[in-house]
Design a protein around this ligand. Structure first.
Ligand code: DGJ
Length: 743
């Protein structure tokens, strides 16, 4: 799996399908040779020395002027030592020495997976995993960069992180400390990234790279709705079904940055890590800094395969919750049912109603605590509002349990309202700049999670709440981004550390609470999917995907999310019609179809449903139960993109044993005399025979265009494809479920 060849000075990291190779160069730099399919070979011939003008040479290699860091593919580039392209590390020592000239010192190959301190990172689980640590050092400052590689052979994933030690005698400031640099010396690449905004997260965009630098980043203190810390570099002809692609995903929930540069020679470099905006970190002699981890993948089998690699890896090797691989209860969340306009009686009525429909978990969303009657106040006062709950919170939760349901509670631990007892007691617990009025977001301020006393208080408050109340589920929300990056407890020279320390504080809190309460199901949220990243997924097996519950708008949000994140991680609910965010009216069935591309639930008041709709909801829940293992454990395929010119979106699940297939189709627009709706299925057993076990059409009248007992081979459905009946109406949809025929 990890081999060091003494003669060639090469490290070769091999997974079942991929190979990654590097070499200690003639002057001790760690050069990148290859990342691609497994094959024999030493790829050092690809490092072509040539004098390309204005590319300086290391002192030892000046003869011939052919060898420059500016043209060599590297593992961890630095600034100021002859490489003018993207730097992974930018440092300055207290003596004023800029940059670090990193040369090989030693390496170690260890069994097991390295772990990072204070940050989530992938774990080996059942797998046999190895770690490679390569230490590089700068003689002038004593800076050491320990490059860490985790090799997961069976998952075809290689993880990377860097530990930077100050082994010198003076302090060193890190101005940039990226997690990974991936050099692709040849080829034309396209960048797929996921941008968006609140209620419109993770819209995929695919661009051809320009010469120069393109950046995907967040400086909002959270991974953000705007730019996700996950990118794909693929060949121009790559598609879902085939083609060469590289994935880079950061296991981190704060400010991030990925730069992709096409240099003067046409080589591509991608550098991913913590954003350097508002970032600096001082390392005293003897101290170390760890970067977050990057999950690297490579495949020649297209974007679907790349997605599957990430889906499995996050479920099996990143998410530590016991629920990662378990069934999740169908929930009903009170937010769109009642907003903050409720009391215990009303909530119990909704819960009872939900129970009669088959809902298993009732979640009390925002509005149950302090003086929280609207979103101008109350955050930080995590004691029950006695006007709304005269008998206390526990009494209501007990009554919900009495109905035979699980209980859930909304929290927004990281925030504080100016109008709260907590703020009146501890104004210095908020991030605010002395002498300046703070910026307000949703009328709230952000708690200073860099402070030990704040973290301790948060832990005691929420651990106490969970101990004293029968709580099965927690929705952990975060509804504004970070500004006023000043901690009242840090010295002046350390304020550049606030955003990263904030994330470390958040992880420390989550770590303690999730460890102490392993049976509580945690769902992440940040105004919907504003912090949908692998860092949060380490603690939360599911994340509320978007505040946009419109099933048609959700199609592209969920599709974008599916490129990197597993389907059961996607919290997805059926809400009322007309939709509260878009005003659009859609059939209840279509809302169900869209919500079944995730962990299923409801976001409405059942009292507003007609008797017929209530029966439909019961049927939806029964249906979801039949398919939930297939949806959770099966392979997910994008069949027809929501962003394509065709007015329909389709996706499909196939069980691991290829026994079951579920095809879902939603029409965002219908035309008269439409063209046939024809789709090619994926991932089936070509020789197996499949028969339709159920076909449901919503928002339209339709019948199968063939005898219902017609048997199809997997080959027919994949290569010939399948034609649906004509679907007319407002946002019609279909779910076709095949089972393998035995005998
Ligand atoms: C934002 C969340 O995304 C919503 O679902 C809801 O919990 C509100 N916050 C409550 O304030």
């Amino acid at each position: 799996m990890i081999q060091y060849n003494r003669l060639e000075k090469t490290f070769t990291l091999t997974t079942e399908k991929t190979m990654y190779q590097m070499q200690i160069g003639p002057a001790g730099h760690l050069l990148h040779l290859y990342y691609g399919p497994v094959t024999d070979g030493c790829f050092d011939y690809l490092q072509l020395p040539r004098d390309c003008g204005f590319s300086p040479n290391p002192y030892e290699l000046q003869e011939g002027r052919g060898w420059s860091l500016d043209t060599q593919a590297q593992e961890y580039s630095t600034a100021g030592t002859g490489d003018f392209r993207l730097a992974s590390l930018e440092t300055e020592s207290a003596q004023g020495i800029p940059g670090a000239d990193l040369r090989y010192v030693s390496h170690e190959i260890r069994p097991g997976k390295y772990q990072l301190e204070g940050m989530p990172s992938a774990f080996a689980g059942e797998e046999t995993v190895q770690t490679l640590s390569v230490v590089l050092a700068d003689a002038a400052t004593g800076i050491q960069a320990e490059l860490l590689y985790g090799v997961f052979p069976h998952r075809n994933v290689i993880t990377r992180a860097v530990r930077i030690h100050n082994r010198g005698t003076a302090s060193v400031r890190l101005n940039r400390a990226a997690s990974a640099c991936l050099d692709l010396p040849f080829g034309d690449w396209q960048l797929v990234h996921f941008h968006g905004r609140h209620t419109m997260e993770r819209q995929p965009e695919r661009i051809s790279l320009m010469n120069g630098v393109q950046t995907v980043s967040s400086s909002r203190g959270a991974s953000s709705h705007q730019h996700n810390p996950f990118v794909i570099l693929c060949q121009p002809d790559a598609a879902d079904r085939f083609g060469t692609c590289y994935g880079m995903m950061l296991v981190y929930s704060g400010n991030h940055r990925t730069d992709v540069e096409v240099d003067q020679a046409g080589a591509t470099r991608a550098v991913m890590g913590i954003s350097d905006s508002n970032f600096s970190w001082t390392l005293e002699p003897g101290e170390a800094f760890e970067t977050p981890e990057v999950l690297l993948t490579f495949t020649q089998e297209g974007l679907d395969d790349l997605s599957h690699l990430y889906h499995r890896f996050i479920q099996h090797n990143v998410c530590r919750s016991r629920y990662a691989l378990e069934r999740r209860p169908v929930l009903l969340n009170s937010w769109e049912a009642a907003y903050m306009d409720f009391d215990a009686e009303k909530l119990l009525r909704i819960a009872r109603d939900a129970k009669s429909l088959g809902v298993e978990l009732f979640v009390i969303d925002d509005g149950w605590f302090g003086n929280r009657d609207d979103d101008f106040r109350g955050l930080g006062d995590w004691f029950v509002n006695e006007k709304k709950f005269p008998k206390g919170l526990k009494s209501l939760l007990d009554s919900i349990h009495g109905l035979g349901m699980k209980t859930g509670l909304w929290l927004e631990p990281e925030m504080i309202s100016e109008d709260s007892e907590l703020y009146r007691r501890h104004p210095d617990w908020a991030l605010t700049v002395p002498g300046r009025k703070p910026t307000i977001g949703r009328s709230q301020l952000v708690l200073d999670l860099t402070r030990e006393d704040v973290l301790e208080w948060l832990y005691e408050t929420f651990a106490g709440l969970i101990r004293e109340n029968p709580i099965d589920y927690i929705k952990w929300d975060m509804n504004r981004h970070l500004t006023d990056l000043y901690s009242h407890s840090l010295p002046a020279g350390r304020q550049g550390e606030v955003t990263h320390r904030y994330v470390l504080g958040l992880y420390a809190l989550l770590e303690r609470l999730t460890q102490e309460f392993p049976d509580v199901l945690f769902e992440g949220c940040s105004g919907g999917g504003g912090r949908f990243d692998a860092g949060m997924l380490a603690y939360h097996p599911q994340i509320w995907c978007s505040d946009n519950t419109d099933p048609i708008a959700r199609l592209s949000i969920q599709e974008g999310t599916s490129y990197g994140y597993p389907i059961p991680a996607v919290g997805s609910h059926v809400s009322a019609s007309p939709n509260h965010q878009t005003g659009r009216r859609t059939p209840l069935g279509t809302r169900g179809v869209a919500a079944m591309a995730g962990t299923f639930g409801y976001e409405l008041d059942p009292a507003q449903l007609t008797e017929e709709e209530r029966e439909e909801v019961r049927q939806q829940i029964r249906q979801y139960h039949t398919w939930q293992d297939l949806i959770r454990e099966g392979d997910y395929y994008r069949i027809q993109s929501a962003n394509a010119v065709r007015p329909y979106t389709a996706w499909q699940f196939v069980s691991q044993d290829k026994e079951e297939v579920l095809l879902s189709v939603v029409l965002a627009g219908v035309t008269s005399n439409p063209r046939p709706l024809h789709l090619q299925l994926k991932g089936l057993d070509p020789k197996a025979r499949y028969q339709i076990a159920s076909a449901d059409f919503y928002g339209c009248k339709a019948e199968l265009p063939h005898a219902p007992d017609r048997v199809f081979t997997g080959g027919e459905l994949m290569h010939g494809g399948y034609t649906l009946p004509i679907l007319l109406g407002d946002y019609p949809s279909a779910q076709i479920y095949w089972k393998k025929v035995t005998g």
